[in-house]
Design a protein around this ligand. Structure first.
Ligand code: NAP
Length: 249
């Protein structure tokens, strides 16, 4: 936990599985009360809460589709009402849909933009409005190495993650006067359901290109996110930290 003894509150979107789950557990270990947002998988979200509680922190699950502004507004309002504060927002809920540009489906574009861009913007705005009054807060966006590296089939996904990097820098500048820091992490291939769904030959092909010769663990992203939220990183804002086993080198 940070220097002061107050219990801080962190909201992690898409925290029922994968990277979001690891972020929620890492923040819980640092003493944060954690709100575990999920879209459909209530049992998995409750399991994450149980792990956080077993580690000694408070946690609650909250169902909301973060691509829907009405649901985001209700979630932020309810969290602020229940805990009186929101100190950390981790924008993590995202989707990947690989499609080559020549066969691209317009629905894919809408879904990726709706969750990966609009979702991040809705949550950031609503959370920042709460942080603003306390003159303190921290937003961490989960981007992707695809924002800085061309991966065939990911033109929509990488465009959304490039947008995440851009909004990170711009929001950092806008929100700095109010004591709110905004940073991003850009994971490479991390062993979650998202990567599990890849065909075996694709996995082998990708593994070959990673200098560390393995996929990352969600915890290796969650721990960096928890560190970025801490006072140890109080002078860092507007940055994107690549966590990719050397893939982008
Ligand atoms: P994942 O395993 O597929 O988990 C996705 C999470 O997002 C789940 O908790 C899911 O909730 C939630 N979610 C989905 N749609 C939602 C919505 N509309 N509203 C709220 N929550 C929603 O994903 P992941 O691999 O951990 O990826 C998480 C983030 O990391 C994404 O932004 C992704 O782009 C980024 N990333 C992942 C990798 C990777 O290799 N895995 C690499 C780079 C970047 P339910 O369980 O309820 O469905």
């Amino acid at each position: 936990m940070d220097n002061n003894t107050e219990i801080k509150v962190a909201l992690v979107t898409g925290a029922s599985r994968g990277i979001g789950r690891a972020c929620a557990i890492s923040l819980g270990k640092k003493g944060y009360t954690v709100v575990v947002n999920y879209n459909s998988n209530e049992a998995a979200a409750n399991e994450v809460c149980d792990i956080i509680k077993a580690n000694g922190s408070e946690a609650s699950a909250y169902k909301a589709d973060v691509s829907d502004l009405t649901q985001v507004k209700a979630m932020i309002r309810d969290v602020a009402k229940q805990y009186g504060r929101i100190d950390v927002l981790v924008n993590n809920a995202g989707i990947v849909k690989d499609e080559y540009v020549l066969m691209m489906n317009p629905d894919t574009i809408d879904q990726c933009l709706g969750l990966n861009i609009k979702g991040y913007m809705y949550c950031s705005q609503q959370a920042a409005l709460k942080m603003f009054s306390k003159k303190r807060g921290c937003i961490i966006n989960v981007s992707s190495v695809s924002s800085v590296l061309a991966v065939a089939g990911q033109s929509v996904y990488s465009a959304t993650k490039g947008a995440v990097n851009s909004m990170t820098a711009t929001m950092a500048k806008e929100l700095a006067p109010y004591g709110i820091r905004v940073n991003a992490v850009a994971p490479g291939f991390i062993a979650t359901d998202m990567v599990d769904k890849l065909p075996e030959e694709k996995k082998t092909e990708y593994l070959d290109t990673i200098p560390l010769k393995r996929f990352g663990n969600p915890e290796e992203v969650g721990d960096v996110v928890a560190m970025l939220a801490s006072d140890e990183c109080s002078y860092i804002t507007g940055q994107v930290f690549v966590i990719d086993g050397g893939l982008s080198l």
